[in-house]
Design a protein around this ligand. Sequence first.
Ligand code: ATP
Length: 315
Amino acid sequence: MSFMQIKDLNVHYPIRGGFFNTVVDHVYAVDGVSMEFEKGKTYGLVGESGSGKSTTGKAIIGLEKITSGQIIYEGQNVTNQRRKRNSAYNRDIQMIFQDSTSAMNPRKRIQEIIAEPIRNFMKVSPQEEKRRIIELLEIVGMSEEALLKYPHEFSGGQKQRLGIARAVACNPKMIIADEPVSALDLSVQAQVLNFMKDIQNEFGLSYLFISHDLGVVRHMCDHISIMYKGRFVESGTREEIYANPQHVYTNRLLSAIPNIEPETRDERKVKRRAVEAAYKADSHKYFDENGKVYPLKDLSQTHKVAMMGAERGGM
Ligand SMILES: Nc1ncnc2c1ncn2[C@@H]1O[C@H](COP(=O)(O)OP(=O)(O)OP(=O)(O)O)[C@@H](O)[C@H]1O
């Protein structure tokens, strides 16, 4: 049973131009996205740069204005309440970012930084607040010594863990993690990812995990949506997406992962090349070899075309 539903979410940015600076067009950053979230599960949002992943995450949490669509949280329509301070939605849905440095005020000590959500959402005494902060530091594997330090005194991986401590301070239901490890060294990436999994098990958290890295997403996510030009071209369980990708764009992304399943990689490459000719990346449409146009939303059709193309290519 899902606790949150995103229904037909659209975020369109106007493009202005001309002598009178009027709206001449729109960037369709998010264009009709729908999702459902269940407790304790991790949902991946994957796509190339500019496909609309971050905008989707920011729109859900209230950092971007929604053009149209609905967010239903625990049965309530919260679409217009996302920015309300102290609302249950703001407490329950938290976000962590790729750049943990800029997400923390460099002039504040760690104690102050982690105290922010506790002061916003929990009415506790100063002693209780400090006890909670120390407990959170322990959860993320840090000692009390961190309390009086400043963000610049920590490594990238440590800062990301401090960011997670702040995000889980008020027992959220979901964390939107926007490229949380892509700025970190590979070895530190694995540590932070495993740590995020531990926290998930402990708190029954759900994650919306945004990444361009299908390798990382495979490690983390139960359910994956592939995003292209503001739309989902494919959604499914991890097994469905990796073992049997239905869309040519997913195949393209998968064959771009270095060393993933080397035994099937060449196979995927051949398949991809076979349909590449029919694929034009500059449109919201998919073209078959005869120039016939299919809208991206019609997945069954595009799948059929992709498979036909692959067969013709000698698969
Ligand atoms: N404030 C804005 N005004 C106009 N266009 C914007 C704005 N923010 C984002 N866009 C455009 O919306 C589209 C989606 O951007 P978004 O940052 O969501 O993509 P992304 O998939 O997260 O990419 P990346 O991985 O590079 O962050 C892009 O074309 C981007 O240029």
